[in-house]
Write a protein that binds this ligand. Structure first.
Ligand code: NDP
Length: 459
């Protein structure tokens, strides 16, 4: 049997769902094929359950300061309760995704899709779909280094479903997922060690943010081992013994790889339509998300561009505008604000100090570090940091980096004036809100230092 559609979307994640709903809204006959659960990585096993775990892991910090505010707390944590409530919430969101698609008139297939030509998709169940256009939005999956015993290690996929909370865990990696899960597990009382092959976590982020988070993780008892990698895993009773690159050995209840994610393109039949992929397997697309086969487009993590849900959503929307609303639309990639839900949280928008100093002859750097008010009435030493980087010549704000409570929420708002090319004078004109942490953004007086031709100078 074969059905005909204007658009067949492969993958029911954030990017695919947005594209499908918008295309249907523009009058297209649309199908979405999803082999697992609607919602994709972000909803099912990424941003959403992660943030719920992050919330759970932050309670001990509140209990810590509670006595200073007159509260005595005798708290106990129950992992199965967290898992069950998280699963319930994810099922609720998944249901909403399905309903939204359904309500937009999109036909849903719970099936595995394979491309069999520029305009045909075969379903595992035997059906063939004919498509004016095909959109590949299959996302990515965690990658494990190919070492002996790698199958004994978990990834973020499994971390959301562990039957029991380990007492000790080793996490390999220094990116978003590694530091977020180090925060989660240590917050929940797990003895946590992080190994990273580089010299400091969060390569590519602003140096002060990296250093600040590193100090805070150590302060929270997370052991950080740099210049290390795992070379072999072996089963040891209920746990796993690890051989490190430096000939050292240690055993843990669980080992988690947070060593990046790879695009989901294998077994998709892309070669049958001549769709080009790069060396990582990602689909090569142009500025309008079009692949080397004119009827096939791709959005989201499968393209290897910025692997962030809101970016995939924008790419899905731009695709629908371009192909089904006669409005060619590009996604701007020059200012992508982002948050890392570590503890303390990170919010970052624009250039790091290194990149700003590389691209501009002279930059001014403003830094404020202080203990958030919540901590000042307790013994907690944690500090927060605000950093603004401006171009000396024009005062334009080139980068903003925040470390501390609410950083993710704050940076979303800072990104708006930054996208409008706001200057430091524009920030300064804004009246502060007191007492907040964010008031620092509009009360930073003199630059902490200037960087001219790559050299730090005092101002
Ligand atoms: P990242 O690319 O951020 O980090 C991967 C880490 O693994 C890096 O530190 C990398 O080292 C290391 N690594 C890679 N290969 C190996 C290897 N063979 N052996 C040892 N270490 C290795 O990936 P994540 O998995 O953390 O996250 C994937 C993406 O998901 C992120 O880039 C981000 O876009 C998105 N994400 C966003 C979140 C958010 O918005 N809050 C949260 C979680 C994920 P090196 O630095 O040397 O390359």
């Amino acid at each position: 049997m074969s059905e005909e559609f204007d658009l067949v979307v492969i993958g029911g994640g954030s990017g695919g769902v947005r594209a499908a709903r918008m295309a249907a809204g523009f009058g297209a006959k649309v199908a979405v094929v999803e082999e697992y659960r609607f919602g994709g990585t972000c909803v099912i096993r990424g941003c959403v359950p992660k943030k719920l775990f992050v919330y759970a892991s932050r309670f001990p910090d509140l209990f810590d300061v509670a006595p200073s505010f007159g509260w005595q707390v005798d708290a106990k944590f129950d992992w199965p309760t967290l898992l069950a409530n998280k699963d319930k919430e994810i099922a609720r969101l998944e249901n909403i995704y399905e309903k939204l698609l359904d309500g937009s008139g999109v036909t849903l297939f719970h099936d595995r899709a394979t491309i069999t030509g520029p305009n045909t998709v075969a379903l595992k169940s035997g059906e063939t779909l004919k498509a004016g256009h095909i959109l590949v939005a299959t996302g990515g999956a965690p990658f494990k280094p190919s070492i002996e015993g790698a199958e004994l290690g978990i990834t973020s996929n499994e971390a959301f479903h562990l039957e029991t909370l380990p007492k000790t865990i080793l996490i390999e990696g220094g990116g978003y997922i590694a530091v977020e899960f180090a925060t989660i597990f240590s917050g929940l009382g797990v003895d946590t060690t992080l190994v990273y092959r580089g010299d400091r976590i969060l390569r590519g982020f602003d140096p002060d943010v990296r250093e600040g988070l590193e100090d805070a993780l150590r302060e929270r008892g997370v052991r950080l081992r740099y210049g290390y990698h795992i070379s072999k895993l072996e089963k040891e009773g209920e746990g796993v013994c690890v051989n490190f690159s430096h000939d050292e050995q240690a055993c843990f209840d669980a080992v988690m790889f947070a060593t990046g994610r790879h695009p989901n393109t294998s077994g998709l039949g892309l070669e049958s339509a001549g769709v080009e992929r790069d060396q990582t397997g990602a689909i090569v697309v142009d500025a309008y998300s079009r692949s080397s086969c004119p009827s096939i487009y791709a959005v989201g993590d499968v393209t290897g561009r910025a692997a962030l849900t809101p970016v995939a959503i924008r790419e899905g929307a731009a695709f629908a505008q371009t192909v089904f609303n006669n409005t060619p639309t590009r996604v701007p990639y020059d200012l992508i604000p982002t948050a890392v839900f570590s503890e303390p949280e990170i919010g970052t928008a624009g250039l790091s100090e290194d990149l700003a100093a590389e691209r501009f002859r002279s930059i001014d750097v403003y830094i404020a570090r202080f203990r958030p008010m919540m901590n000042t009435m307790s013994e907690r030493p944690d500090k927060m940091m605000f950093k603004l980087i401006t171009e000396t010549a024009t005062g334009r704000v080139l980068g903003c980096h925040i470390l501390g409570p609410g950083a993710g929420e704050m940076i979303q708002l800072v990104a708006i004036p930054m996208g409008m090319n706001a200057t430091k004078a524009d920030f300064d004109r804004t009246i502060a809100i007191h007492p907040t942490a964010a008031e620092e953004l509009v009360t930073l007086k003199l630059p902490t230092y200037r960087v001219v031709d790559g050299e730090k100078v005092t101002v």
